[in-house]
Design a protein. Structure first.
Length: 154
């Protein structure tokens, strides 16, 4: 395994990405149209942080940007399997800022939000699977925290 500091930092990026995925999912479930832009913002953040986790693991420096294509292209230089995925999800970059401020942009649709969540999950999955299993097998939670699981009556 690579140096522990790379592993720890990569895990931290993945944990932040996972938290963004959970936030997006929770917000989507509210069915509140005013929250759809937040869903997409968290999707963009999850994809970005997942890719940055991969780069950190490989000790590759990256510019502080929200550009999925730029970050993804760096990943593809290391692992070619990222190339087609990045081409399909680079549209998420716009959600880092498009709906964040008042303006004339129309609110996103539920269909857009669901697609964004699906694609962010794909990026997270590919990034995570591209890292050694032993790196996160013991420390990276794969289950949803108890507080967020659906509660059942006893």
């Amino acid at each position: 395994m690579q140096h522990d500091s790379h592993a720890s930092e990569a895990l931290a990026w993945l944990e932040k990405a996972r938290a963004d995925l959970i936030s997006a999912k929770v917000l989507l479930k509210t069915k509140d149209p005013s929250q759809l832009y937040q869903v997409l913002f968290h999707c963009q953040q999850a994809a970005e942080k997942s890719l940055k986790a991969f780069l950190v693991w490989h000790a590759v420096s990256f510019r502080w940007t929200h550009d999925i294509a730029e970050i993804g292209d760096q990943c593809a230089l290391i692992e070619k399997s990222f190339e087609p995925l990045i081409g399909q999800v680079k549209y998420l970059s716009d959600y880092a800022w498009v709906y964040r401020y008042p303006g004339e942009d129309p609110l996103p649709t539920v269909k857009e939000a669901k697609a964004g969540l699906r694609d962010a999950k794909r990026v997270f999955s590919v990034a995570k699977k591209s890292l050694p299993k032993e790196m996160h097998a013991k420390r990276f939670p794969t289950r949803q925290p108890r507080s967020l699981r659906k509660r059942t009556k006893r």
